[in-house]
Design a protein around this ligand. Structure first.
Ligand code: ATP
Ligand code: MG
Length: 140
């Protein structure tokens, strides 16, 4: 067992359709523990920093517009191999390619409006968690 933490965002398309609880149920069902959670409105600056690695991509502007278009729920998830376990649970970026039973297959609308984010590596998770949570907001 390697207990680790990952960073998750329930994106604006999912909060708009009232899917927070349904997605959280899938997260808990998969054995991940929600050890921190808050609903926020991301500023442009926060979204640009968060997705800075994609700054040169053609969809960057669209991505920042989308992530600031409505409330998001930022979360810290904890569990065995949490980074990989959550990526598996989310499914492919494009919901049309996501496997059955994954969050994106069940809830996402398109490659852009794809309901959830999950960190892609342990080091990224650490950085992303620190952008949104103080240590005393995470209770494992
Ligand atoms: P995330 O980082 O949000 O967990 P991911 O790691 O599956 O998703 P990335 O390649 O990191 O995918 O892309 C980040 C986000 O940018 C995607 O989740 C999606 O919302 C958006 N995105 C990616 N590719 C496209 C595209 N071709 N058109 C529009 N939006 C896109
Ligand atoms: Mg990514």
């Amino acid at each position: 067992m390697t207990i680790e933490r990952t960073f998750s965002i329930i994106k604006p398309d999912a909060t708009a359709r009232n899917r927070t609880g349904a997605i959280n149920a899938m997260i808990e069902q998969a054995g991940l523990r929600i050890v921190a959670q808050k609903r926020i409105r991301m500023s442009r600056q926060e979204a640009e920093t968060f997705y800075g690695v994609h700054r040169a991509r053609p969809f960057f502007g669209e991505l920042v517009d989308f992530m600031t278009s409505g409330p998001v729920v930022v979360q810290v998830l904890e569990g065995d191999n949490a980074v990989t376990a959550y990526r598996d649970l989310m499914g492919a970026t494009d919901p049309a390619k996501a496997g059955p039973g994954t969050i994106r297959k069940v809830h996402a609308q398109s490659i852009g409006e794809n309901s959830v984010h999950g960190s892609d590596a342990a080091a990224t998770a650490e950085k992303e968690i620190a952008q949104f949570f103080a240590g005393n907001e995470i209770v494992g």
